[in-house]
Every structure is written in structure tokens, then in C-alpha cells.
Design a protein around this ligand. Structure first.
Ligand SMILES: *Cc1c(COP(=O)(O)O)cnc(C)c1O
Length: 387
């Protein structure tokens, strides 16, 4: 029996034992290099093709549109840089994104700004949603790319991807979406949604760390991420991470096959958590959207409580949650996402994210509600602001 409660699944998930089982042979006996087509090499090569098909099937793409990467960050970097390198000359140097993107997108765009690209950062409403009207108004003749995340990693808000895709398509603008949080939790159809680039990462859906994929629509002028050998259609050279790729393929297959059950079960538990916390703890607030929300995401602010301290108190009781965004945890700046939905610095700093996984249980949630209530009461006793 594990003696902790893990509720930080938006930061990373546990490797599914069925995924590990598929990977292990490729770390031991099946160590061939997929580029060398003798027996062992061929087995590795075939394993990669199977994984590519598993990924493609899960988003209604074809195998040739899937490129393996080291994770979500690389896929985001690649999509954005590829779009501008391939199309800026014809289309122009204007990019539209949102103010709540992951740093993998925001910092790549900052880099591009240094090269003369102009970026419009769409605001979001108090639930974290962009406005379709704002998007349409932001479009210019020189807009080359729209990059809007599928679902937010901090507050779980699911953006209107279908509508955004329609608009991008109608204006002949490339559309990238960071689907790292969405994959496995939301139905994704790259054709129906007119998505040109999509990023995902295995460790967010019960696969191994250090492997992800980029979907790039067929016919798109992709630029190489890494130069070298012929791997990944010469677009990302270097000997493949075979066990990782086998793992992401299996994880995608499992996520796709079980998604409806997982979504329903997790959503139910999450709604219970949110309702109980708001009922049991006075002066608490749930951040984000009530319904357009990832199944496992809950994000709260507690008046007069420091989120970082609250996280540490829970940690001491073996309850693992995150304060703000994981990527921000060593900076004292309040999260850009919570600021974008209009929270004061004060309220942004008093927030924690609780992210449930497919294996979260009612018992764990009950224990968490109890622990949370006790910790918030304790901290408020010592709070100068909370009276
Ligand atoms: C985790 C995450 C990333 C980064 O993925 P890595 O695989 O850790 O590089 C990018 N975008 C979002 C929305 C994420 O949640």
C-alpha cells in the first residue's frame, strides 16, 4: 500500500504497468537500431511503426503525420518555429496566441519577437476562455499562425478548439494547439477540428517521461528540428528512443480505448471535491470554468492563505498537490494564468491546483478534503490578513 495521495497528475502521471510491460523488451533483448534492417533492427523499426499508427488512430490522423519528439516542450518549439520558417515569407510575421499558454509556447514566441515577429496575446475571461470575437478581430492579412492551447495546465479550461480551427481554416492561417493536457482527457479529431499542428507528451497520459509527439498535417512544409541522419523522415535526426516510443504508442492506445470511462469517473470525483471544498471551507473559490474543464482539474484560492505554505503542509501529511503551476514553483511571481483570469496577486498566491488521475479514489478525495480543511484553518489562525 502506498502511503501518500498523489493529486498532481497535471504535472506528471504514473507510468501504467501495461505500458512498462511493452517497453521492457526494448530495453533488454530487442536493442536493435531501427535504421539497420537486420533482424533486431527490423523489430525495433516495426515497433516504431506500430506506435506511430497507435498515435495516429487516437487523433484521426495518418502515420506519416506523426513525428516523435522528446516531449511537449520540444513539440511546441518545433511547431511554432516550423510554421514561421516555412510560411512567414509568403504570409507575414504576425502570430496570434493567448495570454494563458504554457511557457513552452510563450517563451518560443518571445524568442521569435526578437526576430521581428509580432505577437497578439488574446486576453481570456474570468473562466480562462478566449473570445472568438477577439480572435476574429485580431486576424490580419499578415497573420501566419494561430497557436491556442487545447486545455490549460493550471485551471483546466478547455478552449473552443473546433471554432478556432474553423476560423483559421477559413482565413487560410496555420493552427497549432498545445494538447499536452487535453490528450486522453478530451476527444481530439485533427481533421474535424482543422488542426495543422498538435503537441502532446507521454508522461501526461501514463506513458514514460522524455517522449512526445508532434502531429503535422500532411502537405505542410515542415522544417527539420534536428539535422543529421534520416530518422523521422529527416525531420528529427538521431537514433530513436525506441522504448519511449513503444511506451507512448501503448499509452495512447490505452488512453483512447478507456477515455469515456475515465472521463466520467474522474469528472464525478472532481465535482464532488469542488462541491465539498466550497461547502466545507469558507472564503474559498474555485478558479476556472465550471463545465469547460478538464475532468481531473480543480484549482482553488483560499482567502488569507499562502498557497505555497498550504502545499507544504499538505505535503507533510503525504498529500501531493501543486501551488500555482509546477513550472513556476521556484519563482515568487504569481502565475500568469491566474493573473490573466483577473485574480489579484493576493488571491493568485493563495491558490493550489489539485489534479486527479484515472486511479484517484473517493477515499483519497475524502482524506484530501479533510486535510485541506484542517490546514486552511491552521494557516488562517496565523494569518494577519484573515480575520
Ligand atoms: C507539461 C506541459 C508541457 C510540457 O511538456 P513536457 O513533456 O514536460 O516538455 C507543455 N504544455 C502543457 C500545456 C503542459 O501541461
Amino acid at each position: 500500500m502506498k502511503d501518500w495521495i498523489y493529486l498532481d497528475n497535471a504535472a506528471t502521471t504514473k507510468l501504467d504497468s501495461r505500458v512498462l510491460e511493452e517497453m521492457l523488451p526494448y530495453m533488454e533483448d530487442l536493442y536493435g537500431n531501427p535504421s539497420f534492417l537486420h533482424g533486431l533492427g527490423k523489430q525495433a523499426h516495426n515497433a516504431i511503426q506500430i506506435a506511430r499508427k497507435q498515435i495516429a488512430d487516437s487523433i484521426n490522423a495518418t502515420s506519416e503525420e506523426i513525428y516523435f519528439t522528446s516531449g511537449g516542450t520540444e513539440s511546441d518549439n518545433w511547431a511554432l518555429r516550423s510554421a514561421v520558417e516555412g510560411y512567414a515569407q509568403d504570409k507575414g510575421m504576425h502570430i496570434i496566441t493567448s495570454s494563458v499558454e504554457h511557457h513552452a509556447v510563450l517563451r518560443t514566441l518571445r524568442y521569435l519577437e526578437d526576430f521581428g515577429f509580432e505577437v497578439t496575446y488574446l486576453p481570456v475571461d474570468e473562466t480562462g476562455l478566449i473570445s472568438i470575437e477577439d480572435l476574429e478581430k485580431a486576424i490580419r492579412p499578415d497573420t501566419v499562425l494561430i497557436s491556442i492551447m487545447f486545455a490549460n495546465n493550471e485551471i483546466g479550461t478547455i478552449e473552443p478548439i473546433q471554432q478556432i480551427g474553423n476560423i483559421a481554416h477559413r482565413h487560410n492561417i496555420l493552427f497549432h494547439t498545445d494538447a499536452v493536457q487535453a490528450f486522453g482527457n478530451v476527444l481530439i479529431d485533427v481533421n474535424k477540428m482543422h488542426i495543422d499542428f498538435l503537441s502532446a507528451s507521454a508522461h501526461k497520459f501514463y506513458g514514460p517521461k522524455g517522449v512526445g509527439f508532434l502531429y503535422a498535417r500532411k502537405g505542410i512544409n515542415l522544417f527539420p528540428m534536428i539535422y543529421g541522419g534520416d530518422q523521422e523522415s529527416k525531420m528529427r535526426a538521431g537514433t530513436e528512443n525506441v522504448p519511449g516510443i513503444v511506451g507512448i504508442g501503448k499509452a495512447a492506445e490505452l488512453a483512447y480505448r478507456n477515455r469515456l470511462d475515465n472521463i466520467i469517473k474522474t469528472e464525478r470525483l472532481r465535482d464532488y471535491l469542488i462541491e465539498e471544498v466550497l461547502k466545507e471551507i469558507p472564503d474559498s473559490k474555485c478558479n476556472g470554468s465550471r463545465h469547460k474543464r478538464l475532468p481531473g482539474n480543480a484549482n482553488f484560492s483560499f482567502v488569507g492563505v499562502d498557497g505555497e505554505t498550504l502545499m507544504q503542509l499538505l505535503d507533510m501529511q503525504g498529500i501531493y498537490v501543486s501551488s500555482g503551476a509546477a513550472c513556476n514553483s521556484d519563482s515568487i511571481e504569481p502565475s500568469h494564468v491566474l493573473k490573466a483570469i483577473g485574480l489579484s496577486d493576493e488571491m493568485a498566491r493563495s491558490s493550489i491546483r489539485i489534479s486527479l488521475g484515472n486511479d484517484s479514489t473517493k477515499r483519497e478525495i475524502d482524506a484530501t478534503i479533510k486535510g485541506l480543511k484542517r490546514c486552511v484553518e491552521t494557516l488562517r489562525k496565523f494569518s494577519e490578513i484573515y480575520k
